[in-house]
Design a binder for this molecule. Structure first.
Ligand SMILES: N[C@@H](CCC(=O)N[C@@H](CS)C(=O)NCC(=O)O)C(=O)O
Length: 202
């Protein structure tokens, strides 16, 4: 098993952190996304979407989508649990993780893809859409500041995949000037806490 990945991108980072939390030593193949290696053959054979991460399984198949990879790793290495211990907790972790993806990650990506020079040659950019997306992220971070006033972690009282998803999004947001605001003390406390875990540097 090996992970085709990038050390500089947020979706691969989610898998890196997830694996590190579980103590899984996942051999990595670095894909040079700066030179668009991911958008050419032979990489496109691995993932026709041209995106990292991709997990190459021992049977020669290729699994992409960071959450699909995380689920697979959770099944192989159930402890420590990151997706929920029973039906109720798993449902709430899923709810929060999807909220983090749909409400925050996608808008962080839209901001980057539509406003940053990095994507100039990759897609037809719509800068206004990027700016709207940035405002949406800032609104969602204010919402999460309120949520995190009520509990220590995104989905409850313990660290789960939903924290990994939000951490990757918040840190990547910095590239386009998305920041935790000075008055967002709960979000800042959460960010300091999850960033201090050894897995954050994986
Ligand atoms: N939904 C996918 C998103 C993957 C994705 O957007 N990967 C980005 C890095 S975060 C990528 O490969 N970007 C390079 C490009 O689009 O050229 C997942 O969760 O794995």
């Amino acid at each position: 098993m090996q992970l085709h990945t990038s050390a500089i991108a947020p979706s691969p980072r989610r898998v890196h952190i997830f694996a590190a939390e579980k103590g899984i030593d996942l051999p990595r193949v670095e894909v040079d996304i700066n030179s668009m290696e991911n958008r050419k053959q032979p990489f496109m054979e691995l993932n026709p979407m041209g995106k990292v991460p991709v997990l190459e399984l021992d049977d020669g198949s290729f699994l992409s989508e960071s959450m699909a990879i995380c689920r697979y790793l959770e099944d192989l290495h159930p402890e420590p649990n990151l997706l929920g211990r029973d039906a109720r907790e798993a449902a709430f972790v899923e709810m929060w993780n999807r909220r983090m993806e749909h409400e925050i990650v996608l808008s962080v990506f839209a901001t980057f893809q539509n406003t940053h020079d990095y994507f100039k040659e990759r897609i037809e950019q719509v800068p206004e859409y990027g700016e709207v997306s940035k405002r949406n992220v800032l609104g969602r971070l204010a919402w999460m500041d309120g949520e995190l006033a009520q509990r220590p972690y995104v989905a409850g009282d313990r660290f789960t995949v939903a924290d990994i998803t939000l951490l990757a999004a918040v840190d990547f947001g910095r590239v386009t000037g998305i920041r935790i605001q000075d008055d967002q003390q709960n979000l800042a406390r959460w960010h300091e806490s999850v960033s201090s875990r050894p897995s954050a540097g994986a």
